[in-house]
Design a protein around this ligand. Sequence first.
Ligand SMILES: Nc1ncnc2c1ncn2[C@@H]1O[C@H](COP(=O)(O)OP(=O)(O)OP(=O)(O)O)[C@@H](O)[C@H]1O
Length: 221
Amino acid sequence: MIRTRALRYAYAGGPDLSFPDVSVPQGGTLLLRGNSGTGKSTWLSLAAGLLTPAAGEMVVAGQPLGDLAGAARDRWRSRHLGFLPQRLHLSQALTVAGNLGLAFYAAGLPEDGAAVQRALEALGVAELAHRRPSQLSGGQAQRVALARSVLMSPRVILADEPTASLDDVAAASAVKLLREAAARCEATLVVATHDRRVQDALPGASVYLLAAPVAAREAVA
Ligand SMILES: Nc1ncnc2c1ncn2[C@@H]1O[C@H](COP(=O)(O)OP(=O)(O)OP(=O)(O)O)[C@@H](O)[C@H]1O
C-alpha cells in the first residue's frame, strides 16, 4: 500500500512541488500522470526514500518513510522496493546475471543464483544470462531490468516512463510485463508516465494527475 498526505518537495533553486494525496491498497496499481516537469520522477524518488520531503507524510508498503534514515532506509529500499528507472542503469562491466546478482549485494544478502535464474525465466530472458547489456536489444534490456527490479519479491514496484520511445506493440507488452510481475509478487505497482497509452493498458488503476509547479504555471500565464 501507499499513502501520502500533504506531500511537498522543494529543489534548491528549483520549483516548489505539491503532490495530491494518494491512497492505494497493497496489490493495487497507481498511475501517476502529468506533463514533463510536473514532478513524476521526484515523486518516485520520494517513494523510494531517495529524497526527503520538505513537508507531509509518505507511507510505502506500511512503512512511514519519515521513521527511516541512513543505512536503515537503504536496507529497506533494497529489500522491499523494485525500481524500473527510465534509464536502465545496467552495468556494462557485468553479464546480465551479474547485474541481477548486484541486487543481493545491495541488500546485504548472499547471492542466490537460482533466484536470478527464476527471475530471468519469468521474463523470458534466461538464455541471455551470460550476455553483456550492450549485446541486448532495447526490449530485452528492459526485461532484464524488470527481472532485476522484482528479484527480491518487492512490496512495491516503481516504474518511470516504461514506455518511453516504444511503439504501440512494444508499449503494450512492457505494461503487460509490469502488471504480470507485480501480480506475481502481489506488489503495489506505480507507473509514472505522460504516455496516454499506459492508462488504457492499466484498467482499474488509480489515476493521479500531477499539475505544473506554481512557478511554472505563473511563467505560462
Ligand atoms: N536537481 C534539480 N534541481 C532543481 N530542479 C529540479 C531538479 N530535478 C528536477 N527539477 C525540477 O523539478 C520539476 C519536476 O521534475 P521531475 O523530473 O520530477 O518531473 P517529471 O514530471 O518526472 O518530468 P519528465 O516527464 O520530463 O521526466 C521540474 O520543473 C524540474 O525542472
